[in-house]
Every structure is written in structure tokens, then in C-alpha cells.
Design a binder for this molecule. Structure first.
Ligand code: AMP
Length: 145
């Protein structure tokens, strides 16, 4: 699976949207969902997705769905800043396997960064403690405006 392919309705993010797989939810509105990344590249790593779009990547998404995802990305980034007080925030997004994409449901990474701390491995580091993810999700959610 890379830039070309067919949307898989059973991908892990689609399952999270349908409530068939667990997630530590940060924010949800009619169009979008934000939840903690279980293999965080830094503490407080959040993912933002569209709930209905079947775009696998940025190249496929329509304007309205992209706008909804980016509005939520900014909302979450502001809340991450307030709740976790990082030195910086990386917004990342991958298209195709060679870029590092592993889940083919369009998503944006919101990654808090700390001066002098290298970015962790992408989608392959250790699994985070669910209790910590739930605490971080609650703290970020409380800072959503
Ligand atoms: P990408 O490699 O850009 O497609 O990003 C997929 C992201 O999803 C990676 O950062 C993974 O750590 C993350 N991930 C995979 N499975 C789950 C899951 N069940 N819940 C939350 N995040 C996940």
C-alpha cells in the first residue's frame, strides 16, 4: 500500500471511529476526532482524523474535509501547548509507505517537542501506558477552546 490503493474500511482508525477499537479521545466534533497515539514519538503525541472521509492521504482528501481536519489540528495544538507546555509542536503528515505512512486513513500528527530531546521512532517505538495516555488526553481535552 502506498500512494495508490483502495481505502480499507477496516483500517485501525476506521475501527476507532466506529468504537470497535479503543482510543484515548482528546476531542470530537461532527466531522473530526483526535486521540492519543499509542506509539508516541514524544510524550503527548496526538492524532487528528476525519470521521467519514475515505481519503487515504492528503492527495485524496477534498477541500472541506481537509479544512475540518486542519481546524481540529490547530485546536488540538493550542490545547497541547496550554496543557503540556512543550518547547515546540511538530505537525507531521505522511503520504505513502516510503514516507513512513503506516495507516491509510488520512491523519495529522501533533507532536510536542522538547529542546534537546530527539524525536522517537515513528510508529514503532514502545507502546505507551494506557493510564498515562488517558491522563494526557484528559489534560489536553480540558484545555480545548
Ligand atoms: P503513519 O505512520 O503516519 O501512518 O501514522 C500512524 C500512526 O498511528 C503511528 O504514529 C502509530 O503509532 C499510530 N497508531 C497505530 N495504531 C494505533 C492505535 N490503535 N491507536 C492510536 N494510534 C495508533
Amino acid at each position: 500500500m502506498s500512494l495508490d490503493g483502495t481505502y480499507d474500511p477496516d483500517n485501525i482508525f476506521a475501527k476507532i471511529v466506529r468504537g470497535e477499537a479503543p482510543s484515548a479521545k482528546v476531542y470530537e466534533d461532527a466531522d473530526t476526532l483526535a486521540f492519543m497515539d499509542v506509539f508516541p514519538q514524544a510524550s503527548g503525541h496526538v492524532l487528528v482524523i476525519h470521521k467519514r472521509s475515505t481519503a487515504r492521504n492528503l492527495l485524496e482528501v477534498d477541500d472541506a474535509d481537509l479544512a475540518a481536519v486542519m481546524r481540529t489540528t490547530r485546536k488540538v495544538a493550542r490545547a497541547v501547548r496550554q496543557a503540556l507546555k512543550p518547547d515546540a509542536i511538530a505537525i507531521m503528515q505522511f503520504n505513502g509507505a516510503a514516507s513512513g505512512q503506516t495507516v491509510y486513513h488520512l491523519h495529522v500528527h501533533v507532536i510536542p517537542r522538547t529542546e534537546g530531546v530527539p524525536l522517537g521512532r515513528h510508529a514503532s517505538g514502545g507502546m505507551a501506558d494506557p493510564k498515562v495516555l488517558a491522563e494526557q488526553a484528559a489534560a489536553i481535552a480540558a484545555a480545548i477552546r
